[in-house]
Design a protein around this ligand. Structure first.
Ligand code: GAL
Length: 433
């Protein structure tokens, strides 16, 4: 009896709380509401949620926020970023806010599974089809990108950028001094690595204090061994994780790990990038946010201090990572959010953000001259390349699967048991839809 009473009390309380916290704005948001028609509180501050804090991460965001403030001094914004690469901590904070019906005004979310199988499937995002129409955005992004932010014919977010995941960065002087060329195949990688090791130079920098960086390295090896088509089949269940090609990738990954810095487990991605900049290690595999960090924070010059090539075996392939922002259901100020999305979607917004972030613009009509040689090359590569969604950054598969892969990769880095790793991936694949 007492239990039933308490339960009813709890349910009533929850209903009241959720009614209050949504402020009744959920319906107004779904009606793509204008504030004049009663669409929420147009003076309510916008908390912009991301994981872009600190060196190499926040410069682009700050430029975008400054641009917004300049254009909309009447709409207060708050930078609600939570530190931790690849959303290590932010994703958990976001999940608890969303579960508690307390969504941020807008939040960073990767196009692909993270958006569509995560927040859209849970009914937590508003469709933005009308917004795209009104803003004339429908033909301003590559169709592949629109597909990554769409589900069942509706568009759910706006891409601010395109990051490339499969990049091998190298210290140019170290390679030149040793008469070495940047490797483009796995065989070349191991030849270069052996030559460097023989000279007492750490061949490959890794910082897997946050385990996603090892998953990041692993997925580039998967792509290099499997190619875009077979890599894509992993996420649909058409190719099993105990396929010999996948095992071969694990063997190569294991061998690569024998060339990394000893203190890899105590470093984050920025610390690993620093090793290459300082000449303490020769190469590093990381997404091109590392370029933003190298140039803007470490003051390294593109093609003078450091160079870049696609990771071994991935020439002509593009591991695509797109950071996007949408309109969560039930926010206080949906009109304000749309104003923010409008600035973020504009050529001006994208060209303020991306040259600092290291990424290329998502828009097809951005000003190429605002980008350095790396950016220009990457804009061209993107047009020609076959695209592969990143697993480590949430696009390829569900968050549940990614969490398990991160755990298993972390164990593999220490134990290096290919058989056990393969079994764990096969078991984790049950999480794939
Ligand atoms: C990725 C994100 C990038 C960058 C990186 C490191 O997931 O898409 O924008 O921030 O993590 O934190």
């Amino acid at each position: 009896m007492k239990k039933t009473f308490l339960l009813s009390l709890f349910l009533v309380f929850s209903l009241i709380v959720s009614a209050c916290s949504s402020g009744g704005s959920s319906d107004e948001a779904s009606s793509e509401g204008g504030s004049s028609e009663g669409g929420g509180d147009t003076s309510a501050p916008l908390d912009i949620f991301s994981w872009w804090t600190g060196a190499g991460e926040e410069d682009g965001l700050k430029a975008l926020l400054a641009l917004f403030e300049e254009k909309h001094p009447d709409i207060p914004i708050e930078n609600a970023a939570v530190a931790g690469g690849a959303g290590t901590n932010a994703k958990a904070v976001l999940a608890s806010r969303m579960q508690g019906d307390d969504p941020p005004a807008t939040f960073q979310v990767h196009g692909g599974a993270e958006l569509n199988e995560g927040w859209v499937a849970a009914g937590k995002m508003e469709p933005l089809n009308d917004f795209y129409q009104e803003e004339g955005l429908s033909d301003k992004f590559p169709q592949d990108l629109i597909d990554m932010v769409s589900k069942d014919g509706n568009i759910y977010s706006v891409p601010v950028n395109i990051h490339r995941g499969n990049v091998l960065w190298y210290n140019k002087k170290l390679l030149d001094e040793n008469g070495l060329q940047a490797p483009t195949t796995f065989d070349e990688f191991f030849e270069v690595a052996d030559a460097l090791k023989a000279k007492g130079i750490t061949p490959l920098a890794l910082g897997d204090k946050e385990p996603w960086t090892a998953t990041h390295l692993y997925e580039t090896v998967l792509l290099g061994v499997l190619g875009t088509e077979d890599y894509g089949k992993l996420w649909t269940g058409e190719l099993s994780f105990d396929d010999p090609k996948v095992t071969k990738a694990a063997e190569i990954f294991k061998k690569m790990l024998s060339y990394v810095n000893e203190d890899h487990a105590s470093r984050n991605w920025q610390d690993a990038t620093q090793l290459v900049a300082n000449g303490e290690a020769a190469m590093n595999v990381m997404g091109d946010w590392a370029k933003g960090y190298l140039v803007n924070d470490l003051k390294q010059a593109v093609n003078e201090d450091f160079g870049y090539v696609p990771t071994p075996g991935t020439d002509g392939q593009f591991m695509v990572i797109t950071d996007t922002f949408g309109l969560p259901t039930g926010v206080e100020n949906p009109e304000g959010v749309k104003q923010f999305l409008s600035v973020l979607a504009s050529v001006e917004g994208q060209d303020a953000f991306n040259p600092l972030k290291g990424s290329i613009p998502a828009r097809i009509d951005a000003d190429v001259e605002k980008y350095d040689q790396y950016g220009k090359d990457t804009i061209e590569d993107f047009k020609e390349a076959t695209l592969a969604p990143s697993l480590a950054h949430g696009s390829a598969a569900s968050e549940g699967f990614l969490t398990k892969v991160n755990q298993n990769v972390n164990i593999f880095v220490t134990q290096q048991d290919v058989g056990q790793f393969t079994d764990s991936l096969v078991a984790a694949a049950a999480e794939l839809k």
